[in-house]
Design a protein around this ligand. Structure first.
Ligand SMILES: [Mn+2]
Length: 290
């Protein structure tokens, strides 16, 4: 299926009515079939759109309005329940169709495994791709209880595809000892616990390179984002995450695509996670789509 054929119900605030003249395509990947702990992220994209109505369209951080970015919300990809492989294939084909038209893909998850087919599509177009990954978890497992298609494996798959030296993880505070060792032995960068300061040091090294940025909402402390499947104490504040998005926006890296994953509304009783996510999406659009 192509991005311009997707069902479109409620859309993100200020989405353009047509995709043709859009620079960026926003889309949902409502999949949570492989999570090991609490499911529910399949409902994330829809809720992020719904609460976006409460956002201002102007960003005082970036002095830019959503009106200045031409983006089209293509809705959710109609992924088949319980079929991870076919879902991943559909996501890859969908993103291929966005890249074919020269547009910027901005995805909303869904569990983190959805980033894997997106990265595959990005790498076909950008052979010198680098990845910036913000997350509580390493996501570097080979498999989970024998299952390689798991939400704990996407960064390992991505690192093996594009080369571990091209993957930069930030905010990591959870994972198996073997995962950290694998990263170290293979030259993959992991910044434990912090995001903004280490990011400032890495960004100049990525200048002018195409970069895919994948943000797992659980990089935030559970106090800032309780509405996610696998919460992990000791995370960063939403202020630091916003500052990190802005730091990337002001750097010389060429963000070529991005996603925000793992928002699970069922655990989000105050709706602060969905509201935070929709503000993050606004800042990603305003900062990274140029
Ligand atoms: Mn993750």
């Amino acid at each position: 299926m192509r991005f311009d054929e997707a069902y479109s119900g409620k859309v993100f605030i200020a989405s353009r009515p047509d995709w043709e003249d859009a620079e960026a395509i926003l889309y949902g990947m409502p999949m949570d079939w492989t999570v090991s702990y609490r499911p529910g992220s399949r409902f994330g994209p829809a809720r992020i759109r719904e609460v976006s109505i409460g956002l201002e369209e102007y960003s005082p951080y970036l002095d830019r309005e959503l009106e200045d970015v031409r983006f089209f919300d293509a809705g959710d990809i109609p992924l088949p329940f319980g079929n991870p492989q076919r879902s991943l294939d559909m996501i890859e084909e969908f993103v291929d169709s966005i890249l074919e038209k020269g547009k910027f893909p901005l995805g909303m998850g869904g569990e983190h495994l959805v980033s894997w087919p997106v990265i595959k599509a990005m790498y076909k177009k950008y052979p010198d791709l680098a990845i910036i990954h913000m997350d509580a978890h390493t996501d570097l497992r080979v498999d989970y209880e024998g299952e390689p298609l798991s939400h704990s494996t996407p960064i390992r798959k991505a690192a093996e595809l594009i080369g571990p030296e091209n993957v930069f993880s930030f905010g990591i505070r959870s994972g198996m000892k073997e995962e950290f060792e694998w990263a170290k032995e293979n030259g993959m960068h992991i910044s434990k616990f912090e995001v903004l300061e280490p990011l400032r040091q890495i960004l100049p090294k990525l200048a002018r390179r195409p970069v895919y940025v994948t943000i797992d909402i659980d990089v935030l402390d559970p106090a800032h984002a309780p509405g996610t499947g696998t919460v992990d104490a000791g995370g960063i504040t939403s202020k630091e995450l916003l500052a990190s998005i802005h730091e990337i926006a002001r750097s010389d890296v060429k963000v070529a695509g991005a996603d925000l994953v793992e928002v699970a509304p069922v655990y989000d009783h105050s709706e602060q996670t969905a509201n935070t996510a929709s503000k993050l999406i606004r800042e990603m659009l305003l900062g990274w789509v140029k």
